[in-house]
Design a protein around this ligand. Structure first.
Ligand code: F6P
Length: 341
């Protein structure tokens, strides 16, 4: 078989580990050939390929990013996009595709599978918000990067008696904020699933200073103030219709300082959370996903995604995978609230 591989959407640590596992097992155990598609769905859409074999995947296990490149190209928004993909796959002689991506990339894969294209999905996102899998690789690395930053911010916050706000990624899910806030000993964690009351946040800040400590506030980029309490700016949309988030850290810095009188500073971790070498956990999860994805393709399965359930890797329908966003349950957030203030 000749198998195409692509990585789409925001990159995340562990993508190369998947590619390596797919190619190593696919070539060495099953004798398949591979072709890389460059920059997500843009590759098959425009017929842009890369050589992909065992030599190309040597040494990439610990490397962040993706050797295939990525983009947020949505072929379903391009006139005749699906037909172009079908033509290019035929031209390149691809029998099946492995699409490694999040909600958007796998959403496209779902539609292509329904049209008869052989596709197997691999879930990735630092946001950990895909409903069908317990965890996605990239999340553990992003959380570790945020925790390292929070550990450092504690000491400078104490020295200057400042409130430090750390804005983390996660889009509409608060997983990175919750896990990094818990692991980093944050004094307030704000997530999109639970609109916040700015007065309550300020009360926690004052309480923390009253105890002779300086507060760390971890805020997810998608966190929202409770209705009517604070006005936020409108954000722009990407090709999949997602708002480009960011800026809530600045709003909190300004409001906390104005309302409590304590000096405040924000740190936006941004794309640092997506860069660099994956943690051991993410390397193992990504590798296992890759091994199971190539098994699925080899067995002629299509329209499925590999997923983690407990400690097992299972196959789920692609349509199932993208149906629901996995957000933080409020009872999980309540566990963290014990440490606020
Ligand atoms: O989905 C991953 C993610 O990093 C989100 O946490 C974030 O909102 C978004 O991607 C940022 O996207 P971009 O890299 O396109 O700015």
């Amino acid at each position: 078989m000749r198998i195409g591989v692509l990585t789409g959407g925001g990159d995340c640590p562990g993508l190369n580990a998947v590619i390596r596992a797919v190619v190593r097992k696919g070539s060495e155990v099953y004798g398949h050939e591979f072709v890389g598609f460059r920059d997500g769905w843009k590759g098959p859409l425009e017929g842009i390929t890369l050589e992909l074999g065992v030599p190309q995947v040597r040494g990439i296990l610990p490397r962040g990013g993706t050797i295939l490149g990525s983009s947020r190209t949505n072929p379903l928004k391009v006139e005749g996009g699906v037909e172009k993909i079908q033509t290019n796959l035929k031209r390149v002689g691809v029998d099946a595709l492995i699409a490694i991506g999040g909600e958007d990339t796998l959403g496209v894969a779902t539609q292509l599978a329904a049209l008869g294209i052989n596709v197997v999905g691999v879930p990735k996102t630092i946001d950990n918000d895909l409903g069908a899998t317990d965890y996605t690789f990239g999340f553990d690395t992003a959380v570790q990067i945020a925790v390292d930053a929070i550990d450092r911010l504690h000491t400078t916050a104490e020295s200057h008696h400042r409130a430090l706000i750390v804005e983390v990624m996660g889009r509409h899910a608060g997983w990175i904020a919750l896990h990094s806030g818990l692991a980093g000993g944050a004094n307030v964690i704000l997530i999109p699933e639970r609109p916040f009351d700015i007065d309550a946040v300020c009360a926690y800040v004052k309480q923390r200073f009253a105890r002779q400590f300086a507060p760390i506030i971890v805020v997810a980029e998608g966190a929202q103030p409770a209705e009517g309490s604070l006005a936020l700016q409108e954000a722009e949309l990407d090709a999949f219709g997602h708002v480009r988030l960011g800026g809530i850290g600045y709003v909190l810095e300004r409001e906390i300082q104005a309302r409590t009188g304590f000096e405040s500073r924000q740190t936006v971790l941004g794309h640092v959370q997506r860069g660099g070498t994956p943690t051991a956990y993410d390397r193992v999860l990504a590798t296992r996903f890759g091994l199971h994805a190539i098994d699925a393709v080899h067995e002629g399965d299509s329209g499925v995604m590999v997923a983690l359930r407990g400690t097992d890797i299972v196959r789920v329908q692609l349509s199932e995978a993208t149906k629901e966003l996995k957000t933080v349950p409020l009872e999980r957030y309540a566990e963290a609230e014990v440490f606020f203030g």
